[in-house]
Design a protein around this ligand. Sequence first.
Ligand code: NAD
Length: 300
Amino acid sequence: MDIGFIGLGRMGFHMARRLIEAQHRLIVFDTSNEAIQRLVALGATAASSPKDVADRVETVMASLPSLQASLEVATGADGVIEGKRVKRFVDLSTVGSQMAVRIHDALGERNIVQLDSPVSGGVAGAEKGTLAVMVSGPQADYETVKPALAVLGKLFFIAEKPGAAQTMKLANNFLSATAMVATSEAVVMGVKAGLDPAGMIDVINAGSGMNTASRDKFPRSVLPRSFDFGFATALMVKDVRLCLDEMKSLGLSMEVAEAVGRLWETVIRDEGADSDFTAAIKPIEKAAGVVVGGKGGGQK
Ligand code: NAD
């Protein structure tokens, strides 16, 4: 099918590439011309704005880094909302349920359907087509885009209610954010007491403490100290803040989430928005006076 794709970054590039490889015809746009040209080299057609994309296709997908970017791309002056052909906007970004509802309502006034479709599984999942793709919106439109979304990973239809898939995604990312900082605290404790961090990770992964940080992030990006997993701290903090907002809007106050939120605010303050989110261990190491991994393993 003809598909518009806006936002060709760490995730969007691979998702768009997989759609081209599955014989879909892609019209692409990004604010970075370099990002557009990478996809044009693979067979995509370049567009000049979100509106231009939406003038040419019925289905527009987006993978954008902030709530503001999704809002602007969907509903801005030169946005998808102004397109002549567009029938549905499939937002693969994480924006939280309130922003998803806001975009849904604005597009609805022009009879454009919003399919809220956040994804989980990281850059590696986008590359291999093994993402968890959570979808909420009208079932009929979901059926239309199902074959294309299936190229990206495993599909989960959450509900027709706008924003429901965002709530699901935030619950998932809260657990991912928690695993990262909790595993960092556990390993820093071990190293401070003289344990070998690589050995600790082996034990955890064979035991009941195993989680996505111990299984994937520590072996690949923390123990070698490459801090290059492919998810920016800014994006993780965005998701944690959105999750806390979601809990508050439901009248909930959750103790673990609030502690995790405070830790991530320290990470973005100390390591910067552009750091990789696996750098979350660094403030915890600094406070303990240890370094985990690297050439010498754990050092005091
Ligand atoms: P990214 O920053 O690598 O890519 C975003 C792309 O959007 C960039 O190419 C940027 O130039 C482009 N862009 C920004 N503003 C734009 C605009 N107004 N119009 C057009 N293009 C614009 O981000 P990413 O890591 O690919 O994440 C994208 C989304 O996917 C985020 O919502 C993130 O939370 C979510 N996500 C990321 C991961 C991950 O591991 N990176 C995993 C799951 C979900």
